[in-house]
Ligand binder design. Structure first.
Ligand SMILES: *Cc1c(COP(=O)(O)O)cnc(C)c1O
Length: 220
């Protein structure tokens, strides 16, 4: 059995029902992604437009591609025709551009709003308050070609796992607060990576984003 197949099986068997494993395949070659695909993986995440656009045509068409990195508005058009979900929507101009490009492609693009929960200022995302305001001002009417299906967040990179738990907890609370106003399709909470996914799952994550644990260390 291949190493990736084994790691996938181990990881999946440790997850409660209803939690999706997103395979973060950035920096790994298409052969490695194909190996995961052959082992049954269908949901992949990339964080650079150029890399995603290069890989997508080389792999099977039924892959669900999630974009999870910083996205410049002028690059949305490159991924709009095929991207399944954009998890890293961190500004209103970006959301509007996704809406515009989705309309041009005659489709609706699923998005998650990225929320800034970490201490580090280098991380991106809406503040919880700005996120509330967005919904209050009628997000779905303003952007008919996007469907906001959830929230995404990254915890602080720290050994203090209680802090990580608090940050995930904050995100979960915001998610639950927004559910009544955000509509029926608002159902996903993307939190947890290789080093903190177990805590994220305890705190209510529905999508964990796993790179290193599945594919090994990345070479930059
Ligand atoms: C790279 C990345 C991950 C995966 O990180 P690992 O620690 O390798 O599991 C998850 N989420 C985002 C947004 C990333 O950029």
């Amino acid at each position: 059995m291949s190493v990736i197949r084994e790691r996938l099986a181990t990881l999946k068997s440790s997850l409660p029902a209803g939690v999706t494993l997103l395979a973060v395949s950035k920096f790994h070659p298409v052969e490695t992604l194909q190996e995961a695909y052959d082992a049954g993986q269908r949901v992949f995440g990339e964080n650079r437009v150029q890399e995603l656009v290069a890989k997508q045509p080389l792999l099977p068409p039924d892959i669900e591609w999630h974009f999870i990195g910083t996205l410049q508005t002028n690059k949305v058009k490159h991924i709009a025709p095929f991207v399944h979900t954009i998890q890293s929507v961190d500004s209103l101009p970006l959301l509007k551009e996704i809406d515009r490009q989705a309309a041009r492609c005659n489709r609706r693009i699923r998005v998650f709003l990225e929320i800034h929960i970490a201490e580090e200022t280098t991380k991106h995302g809406f503040s919880p308050e700005d996120c509330r305001t967005l919904f209050r001002e009628g997000l779905s009417a303003a952007c008919p070609h996007v469907r906001v299906e959830g929230l995404m967040g990254m915890a602080t990179y720290t050994d203090d796992m209680e802090q990580v738990r608090r940050e995930f907890h904050t995100l979960r609370a915001l998610f639950e607060e927004l559910q009544p106003v955000a509509g029926a399709s608002f159902g996903d909470l993307s939190m947890g990576m290789s080093n903190d996914y177990a805590i994220a799952v305890q705190e209510g994550s529905t999508i964990i984003r796993i790179g290193t644990l599945l594919f090994g260390e990345r070479e930059y």
